[in-house]
Write a protein that binds this ligand. Sequence first.
Ligand SMILES: [Zn+2]
Length: 402
Amino acid sequence: MSKEKSNLITIPKEKWNNTVESVGWDEERINNLKIMVVGAGALGNEVLKNLALLNVGNIFIVDFDHVEYANLAKSVLYREEDCGKENLKSSVAARKVQEINRQVKVMAFNGDIRSDIGLGVFRRMDAIIGCLDNRLARLMLNRQCFKVGKPWVDGAIENLSGELTVFMPGTSCYECNLTEEEHKWIHYELGCFKVAMENLRLGRIPTTPISSSIIGAMQVQEALKLAMGNTNKSLAGRKFNYNGMNNVIELYELDGLEKGCLSHFHYDPVYEAKELSAEMPLGEVLDWLRQHFKTNDPAIKLESEIILEVFSRNSEKYYPVMMPHNKFTAEAVEQYMDGVDDEISVSTRDGMVRKYLDKNFPFLDKPLTELGIPRLDVMRVIIDGEPQFVELTGDISFLTFQ
Ligand SMILES: [Zn+2]
């Protein structure tokens, strides 16, 4: 990555530039915006607070954790009485946003960005703001945004410093700008979902409410520029780095797109199938695809493979299971066995890991939600060897801001 330092110079008072550029943002348009905020930790709190104060009309809040005492010192929205396993960050944050501004509509979503949010939700957003604390989740967010061509604003904080980056599908990409070491670490996390989930839960990076306040505010500003059509004024394709200890601000140019990057897959055009929902059994969905596309053997390509069998090294036995690979942990397998067994691995026998759902899948009666396909998702369907992108538009009522 080329890191060009901006020339920070001290300007004498007689040469100060006091002109203020008019923003020209239309209040009505701001009231109609839909913005997704991924992560409701320290940074997410600051972002949500600003969106509420700016009267942004609709906010989709994603997090998979609950409020803990450790969050209180750094998170502007949470109070002591909000702590506890029953108090999900997404729900508490949504309630607090409405305490700040009753005009703002919210939707709280408790889930994992990797697997639980349908692409149809991303498609309907004006901008997406990432307030995440780990690379794997950022990578997944980047891939989802690229699929539907939505820019996203990444923020990161550490001690008195922070940075933000605006990634534009088609021109700048999180995955293309990872260092070799970051690639290696993500590869390890992808291979070991248990490690990844443990890392997601540990907010290990020391932060201050000051840096999250600065970076969170700038993230909102950049997201609004994107949503309001001021892309040429935005940080698109650049990283803004703030060093609070030394008062240094630097702008870095991002590298361009690399060939072969797995993030660059784009779902276009998307066919909106109002007849289909993720609550429908797989068999019915395949029937509809068969009739609609006039084909004999449609197949849905999965984002996360389905595991149909696991092997226990302790008992040297195979156990039938049915779970998406990204939900695979010893604890998740427990429901199919007598107790927790840490020596569990995915079976390597033929046909026990499926990448496609087709007429030969043994559980045609299972709804898509149980097969790792979330509501309002856009499925990659293979019709006569060619991909088609079919949205489960029958789930549209799921996306309701209130
Ligand atoms: Zn890339």
